[in-house]
Design a protein around this ligand. Structure first.
Ligand SMILES: [Zn+2]
Length: 140
């Protein structure tokens, strides 16, 4: 396996679905990072066969709701002193505010750009969310 220096303090995103690591890397703005960041693709995994991973040598305040939407299978490992001090398994968020946009042109959030878009999870298997205002469904 490819070796990457282990980090002393920061975050490791593990169990990223292979092939999606790069888009997550971009969404998190890591291209502009001035600290060490590693994107690993197609790492062998006993659990998944293959996986992508992102190692960030910085204690970032990540938006876990957005990350969970992008890939609910991610495990977030918080590292301090070279050890994992906290593990968070993401899953799809129950409520999402301000990330998804309603596609219904009659919805109040389409007419009022300042109305905060709110969605709640209605079908976990289909990754389906319903708009809080009009009930329009969309797939995350
Ligand atoms: Zn709506």
């Amino acid at each position: 396996m490819l070796r990457v220096d282990s980090i002393q303090r920061g975050i490791v995103l593990d169990h990223i679905q292979p092939g999606t690591g790069f888009s997550i890397f971009e969404r998190l703005g890591l291209r502009e990072a001035d600290y060490s960041v590693a994107l690993l693709m197609n790492v062998p995994s006993t659990k998944m066969g293959r996986k992508d991973m992102i190692k960030i040598a910085e204690a970032l305040d990540l938006d876990l709701t957005m990350l969970g939407l992008l890939d609910p299978n991610i495990t977030v490992n918080y590292i301090e002193g070279g050890k994992v001090v906290r593990k968070v398994k993401l899953g799809l968020p129950e409520r999402v505010e301000g990330i998804l946009r309603c596609k219904n042109p009659r919805c109040i959030t389409s007419a009022e750009p300042y109305a905060p878009a709110k969605f709640s999870l209605v079908d976990r298997d289909k990754k389906e969310y319903a708009c809080f205002y009009c009930g329009e469904r969309l797939q995350a």
